[in-house]
Design a protein around this ligand. Structure first.
Ligand code: APR
Length: 245
């Protein structure tokens, strides 16, 4: 099973900003002002506006999945074909975990996407804990569709100082994968940044695909550097023949 971790770099050529590149999101707005529970408590209106702007980008139809997203969807489909009916590993041939809160992997055709930092297209109720698809602006006037609590909805994204989603599942897949691939992430936010260490300790082959080398590059067995829309399809094409498709 191939474990693929993606970050903001895979969506950059679709027109979404990354976080830490020189013109990235965190060069324009402070994390402390928009991406922590304390920020939301202090100024929920500002935080809602920050995520509403990013959600509108996704829903206004201009942002499309790119060749990198589509290549991973092709890989998922090809690996699923190779899963024999009675395979011991009932799990998928590809486990895709993304730090991104955009929906471009899904729009690119991926069927199973593990959003460990949540999703811009989902909202969560702080009163009852329910989360649900949310595609329009979110604000203090909105009422929870499940418990009707007014003004208790928040973006269903994981902020700094919060625990990322699906850590148990991610750990299970990390400890059973046969290949670890990191795509378009600077590898500085934990726990995702530690996954390469686990893969390395387990002795599985590791591949980094990124615009340029990162702080973790020396840990990887192989690196493919260049724009994701070129490097990811090239890598997928290079391994398809190996998985007997
Ligand atoms: N193709 C491939 N890689 C690219 C491209 C591109 N066109 N453009 C940029 N990159 C690379 C950059 O070189 C960088 O290594 O993508 C990476 C983006 O790094 P970050 O901006 O730090 O984004 P990411 O690693 O996803 O951040 C992780 O931090 O702020 C939190 O929750 C947020 O999920 C995010 C997490």
């Amino acid at each position: 099973m191939i474990f693929v971790l993606t970050g903001a770099g895979i969506s950059r050529e679709s027109g979404l900003e990354t976080f830490r590149d020189k013109d990235g999101l965190w060069s324009k707005v402070r994390i402390e002002d928009v991406a922590t529970p304390a920020a939301f408590k202090k100024n929920p209106k500002l935080v809602h506006e920050f995520y509403n702007k990013r959600r509108r980008e996704l829903t206004d139809g201009h942002i499309k999945p790119n060749k990198a997203h589509k290549a991973l969807a092709r890989l998922e489909a090809a690996l699923d074909l190779t899963q024999p009916e009675d395979s011991v590993r009932q799990g998928p041939g590809l486990f895709l975990v993304t730090q991104n809160v955009d929906n471009l992997h899904e729009l690119g055709g991926s069927k199973r996407v593990c959003h460990t930092h949540g999703s811009l297209t989902s909202a969560k109720c702080e009163a009852c804990g329910a989360s649900f698809e949310w595609l329009r602006d979110l604000g203090l006037d909105d009422v929870c569709p499940r418990c009707q609590a007014p003004g208790r909805l928040r973006p269903d994204v994981v902020w700094f100082h919060e625990v990322p989603y699906h850590l148990g599942l991610i750990e299970e897949e990390l400890y059973s994968c046969d290949l670890f691939v990191s795509i378009g992430t600077s590898g500085v936010v934990y726990p995702a940044a530690s996954y390469i260490n686990v893969a390395k300790r387990r002795g599985v082959p590791t591949v980094e695909i990124n615009l340029e080398p990162t702080v973790s590059s020396s840990y990887f067995d192989k690196g493919f550097y260049g724009p994701a829309t070129e490097a990811v399809p090239a890598w997928v094409e290079s391994i398809l023949p190996l998985i007997g498709t």
